[in-house]
Design a protein. Sequence first.
Length: 371
Amino acid sequence: MRFKRFLTTIMVALFVFFSSNAYLNKLQDKKNIDNYGAEAAENNKGKKVDNEILVLLVGVDASQNKENPEPTRTDTIMLCKINSETGKVDILSIPRDSRVKVRDEFTKVNHAHAYGGIELTLKTLRDFLGLDIDYYAEINFEAVVNIVDEIGGVNYKVPEGVRLDEGNTHIRPGMNKMNGQDVLTYLRARKIYQNADLGRVNAQQEFMKGIINELVKKSKTINMTSLVESYFKDVKTNLPLGTMIDFASKMSNFSSEKCKTYTVPGNPQYIDGVSYYIPNYEETWKIIDKVFSKYKLKSWKKEDSSYWEYQNYTYTNDNENSNEDYQNSNSNEEDEEYLDDDYEDIDQEDEENTEDENYFDEDVNNLNEDN
């Protein structure tokens, strides 16, 4: 059985990792530091906002064979707007079963990564939301376990009514001390919630808020060398290093109280025997106008999105059978069967770019020598 993976903490962890003065000094000595990852924004015509970034956070099923990686789907999709001056963080979660247009055909949004990697995922979400999204942080499940264990675990208050027993993980309502595997098990669980996947999305968002304070509190005692090694082993990002350094220097501005979360509105529905989440575009655009208006693409039109498909599949919340079937379905296994044939058609000609990994390996080695 292929397990789904998740990490919501990477953006905050990103800043904490670089808060080490020694490591910041090393990065600042690098030449052309702002060029790293800048290619993703070269053709961008959208408006830039001072002291703020809009970044796509995705969690993926990672192939163990890094030289010849298999196609992978995104299990978690979060759009994060982060302002380093105010410390405000706005997070929009996109349910993985959302039915959107991918390569001109309607399917689940998490299939975009399997068909075309992070590039197609970015394009799909630009078309879906009409937003100027350039930057991303892509993580695999190993990052969850490694990072949480490196900081000595996290204390997290589990909501009432939530109980989980799986393997060596035993979670109860109230405050729990969780190690890396506990966190991973908790954040990928679906059936412990009455509303299944949407309950999990909410748990992920709440965990994001809780771990912000945990990471900030422990930032001065964390083993930075080990964290940096774990981070760059399991995370891919095109965020410019100069931007990360700037945000890291303002880490004290952030807190969970300044973090607001949203979820794309919609309803579950079965179509041709497959469970989908049908986004409510009108309500989604209200969130866009309220939170992300400065990043709206000027050239974007409704026709670019899946809006007209949404009109064909709207329905009311009193469709109890559809909702119950969706909540009880095991979409993990369903997705695997659904995509088996599709994998044969996926273009795998793109080679992994290891230049960035080598770039950071050198920094980590230098950091080890200094320590």
